[in-house]
Design a protein around this ligand. Structure first.
Ligand code: PHE
Length: 339
């Protein structure tokens, strides 16, 4: 009898099943009332007394083994069957989920598009720049605070090499290799050494424009900016220019647009003012033209610069600047329908 039990133990160890039905057959064969284990139990009466202890232990061993094995097989076929549920070979591969343009790219393209229609061409330059193109050629005095460590990222051991803090450096690069007429639009990433928060980041994006020719006036600048504002924010948009200061423009101004939400009545977005500041601008300082090899007695020009994040915020009401650089797919997918 011991031999018979041993044979069954070996048999149970190697059991296999392809599906739930086969598992059930095995359960019936070994563990049901008329199964192998019960048959051994019934024969137990006839076992001589001195053998009872050992035979009893062996039957128990077989029973536990059979129960464990059958449970294990049942789990295995269940996993295989549910995994199969997802594998629908007849399913079509469409719709494929398309990527989306980044909101900053959408806004940048829109800005570039508007100025392209006015005859501006695209110019780009390096993000790792030298002091000359970012500051000196732009009429920043040697001790101008914008060169300070607070604003500028310097390359250690090369104080002349910096990460550009504005895209005016691209204007310098255009002027040094090209005589007027110049009409360029320069989008790009810029870096400033600021603590990262909902309202500030250590990098952001700008678009700057430069127009240099004979007889370029402040009126030309104002007209182009009005047209831009109305294309960007709608035909009823008004602009206002407030006097300001930049080292590279004289006179300089800051431009506000009528609030994109309330239209000027005052709301929470414009903090009751009715106006939103969107860009800096001015007539190119003659010293900048001269530093870049352009005769300031013959030519005049205007320049303007704006932050793309700022414009995107006004368009999409993104409350936290950090959203733009975190690449959270849920955020990016909100722009699926935008172009
Ligand atoms: N470079 C300026 C800035 O970064 C923006 C600007 C450009 C202002 C051109 C006036 C003219 O703030």
């Amino acid at each position: 009898m011991i031999e018979q039990i041993q044979k069954l133990i070996e048999e149970v160890r190697t059991l296999q099943a392809k599906n739930a039905e086969e598992v059930e057959q095995l359960r019936i064969k070994y563990l049901s009332k008329k199964g192998e284990v019960n048959a051994l139990m019934n024969d137990f009466r006839n076992v001589p007394n001195e053998m009872k202890r050992e035979v009893g232990m062996r039957i128990n061993e077989l029973k536990t083994l059979a129960q464990d094995k059958i449970n294990e097989l049942r789990d295995a076929v269940q996993v295989a069957e549910t995994a199969g549920d997802d594998l629908d070979l007849t399913r079509t591969p469409y719709p494929i989920r398309l990527g989306t343009r980044h909101p900053l790219t959408i806004v940048k393209n829109e800005i570039v598009d508007i100025f392209s229609r006015l005859g501006f061409t695209l110019a780009e330059g390096p993000e790792v720049e030298d002091d000359w193109h970012v500051y000196s050629s732009m009429n920043f005095a040697d001790d101008h605070p914008a060169r300070d460590m607070q604003d500028t990222f310097f390359v250690e051991a090369h104080p002349d090499i910096i990460l550009r803090s504005h895209t005016s450096s691209v204007q310098a690069r255009v002027m040094e290799r090209q005589q007027p007429p110049i009409r360029v639009i320069c989008p790009g990433r810029v870096y400033r050494n600021e603590a990262i928060s909902a309202r500030a980041h250590c990098f952001f994006h700008q678009v700057e424009g430069l127009y240099v020719d004979k007889n370029v006036s402040f009126a030309d600048l104002k007209q182009v900016l009005l047209l831009f504002a109305q294309e960007m924010f709608g035909p009823d948009t008004k602009i206002r220019l407030r006097p300001s200061y930049f080292p590279f423009t004289e006179p300089s101004a800051e431009m506000d647009v009528s609030c994109t939400i309330c239209g000027g009545k005052g709301c929470s977005l414009c903090k009751g003012a009715g106006w939103l500041e969107i860009l800096g601008c001015g007539m190119v300082d003659p010293a900048v033209l001269e530093a870049n090899g352009i005769d300031s007695t013959v030519y005049t020009g205007y320049a303007f610069g704006m932050g793309i994040e700022r414009i995107a915020n006004l368009k999409y009401q993104v409350k936290d600047l950090r959203m733009f650089s975190e690449n959270d797919v849920r955020f990016l997918q909100e722009f699926t329908s935008a172009n």
